[in-house]
Design a protein around this ligand. Structure first.
Ligand code: SAM
Ligand code: SF4
Length: 328
């Protein structure tokens, strides 16, 4: 059985972007009320007294947009300071990154994934919901700052939407030619925007690889990821290309993660709502962390049965939360 030692922690469900595929403009989103968010203290208690004791050693901070969380640098410092923390990373849209990239690094963050779906400012604006001019430039500054500060590996996440940014796949892949960056193409999932998904569909990783192979060739990389990405490299390139193919392939058997939402729900599978634990309510009503450890251990034991590998198995409400609410 795969060891599950990786926790994706959503720090906040809110976001300063409205990506078409995640929380499109105009969509009704029930934001978590402030008093329902895990406090810093509750989050750190859960990590130190529940997750670490049951074997979690790798943590990723995400959201929503994690950089909107107050005290994010202090949280990074606290999580990095636990001796059992082997890996601490963040997924961000990069918009607020440039001024605090160094502080995050100094606090102990070492790996960062930045979402960048387009190299064209206009297309980018369209994808993120026209939040105001100059956003692409500011994100690019964030990426440059992360690079300068020394985040390694620096990963860029691209969700490919047919007819929106699929014409840029080669340009985005070309970023790896002379930079030690990892560009990861993520298949669009029917979470967050059913209509866009229904209208546009998704592009398979195999198709993208063929496009790239036709242009430059593509070798299997020596670097093996420990997550869901299949990693390849353009011959002679400094960086690598990752493909996350959750629509065209099932990687549930190698799933190594759980997700903690900003309001404290522990979720064993992204695509299945079965088995979730409301850790915040339990903590607030006085359940001991020793008891919570037992509950999480049980969830770890039954996770293989919950994993969504039986895609036809028909669980209910599987997509009732968006990626921003779950902690993508
Ligand atoms: N706001 C941060 C960001 O955008 O990087 C972190 C949270 S975001 C929900 C995490 C990742 O989920 C992003 O890389 C985003 O592109 C991806 N994502 C969101 N909705 C998706 C969807 N419907 N299909 C595939 N990936 C999605
Ligand atoms: Fe915000 Fe990230 Fe979702 Fe885009 S993908 S709306 S940046 S949470």
């Amino acid at each position: 059985m795969n060891q599950v030692d990786y926790l994706r922690i959503s720090l906040i469900d809110r976001c300063n972007f409205r990506c078409q595929y995640c929380m499109p403009e105009g969509a009704e989103i029930d934001y978590i009320l402030k008093q329902q968010l895990l406090t810093d203290e509750e989050l750190l208690t859960l990590i130190a007294e529940v997750f670490i004791p049951v074997g979690f050693t790798r943590f990723r901070l995400t959201g929503g947009e994690p950089l909107l969380r107050p005290h994010v640098v202090e949280l990074v410092r606290a999580i990095a300071s636990f001796s059992q923390t082997q890996d601490l990373s963040m997924t961000t849209n990069g918009f607020l990154l440039a001024p605090i990239a160094q502080n995050l690094y100094d606090a102990g963050l070492r790996r960062i994934n930045i979402s960048l779906d387009s190299l064209e400012p206009d297309t980018f604006d369209q994808i993120i919901g026209n939040r105001g001019r100059g956003r692409w430039e500011q994100v690019w500054q964030g990426i440059q700052a992360a690079h300068r500060v020394g985040f390694d590996p620096l990963k860029l996440n691209v969700v490919v939407i047919p007819g929106v940014n699929d014409h840029e796949v080669l340009d985005l892949a070309a970023l790896t030619l002379d930079r030690n960056w990892h560009v990861r193409f993520i298949e669009f999932m029917p979470i967050g925007n059913w209509q866009l998904f229904g209208d546009r569909g998704w592009v398979s990783s195999a198709q993208l690889r063929q496009q790239i192979r036709d242009r430059w060739g593509l070798t299997d990389s020596q670097v093996r990821g420990n997550g869901p990405a299949d990693i390849f490299q353009i011959p002679g390139a400094k960086g690598t290309l990752g493909f996350i193919s959750q629509m065209s392939e099932c990687f549930c058997d190698r799933c190594n993660r759980m997700r903690l939402s900003a309001d404290g729900w522990l979720r064993p599978c992204l695509l299945n709502e079965t088995g979730q634990l409301d850790l915040k309510t339990a903590l607030r009503s006085g359940v001991s962390t020793a008891q919570l450890q037992e509950q999480v251990r049980h969830l770890l034991a039954i996770k293989p049965e919950i994993n969504f590998k039986g895609r036809e198995s028909g669980t209910t409400g599987i997509y009732s939360r968006t990626m921003s609410q779950i902690g993508g």
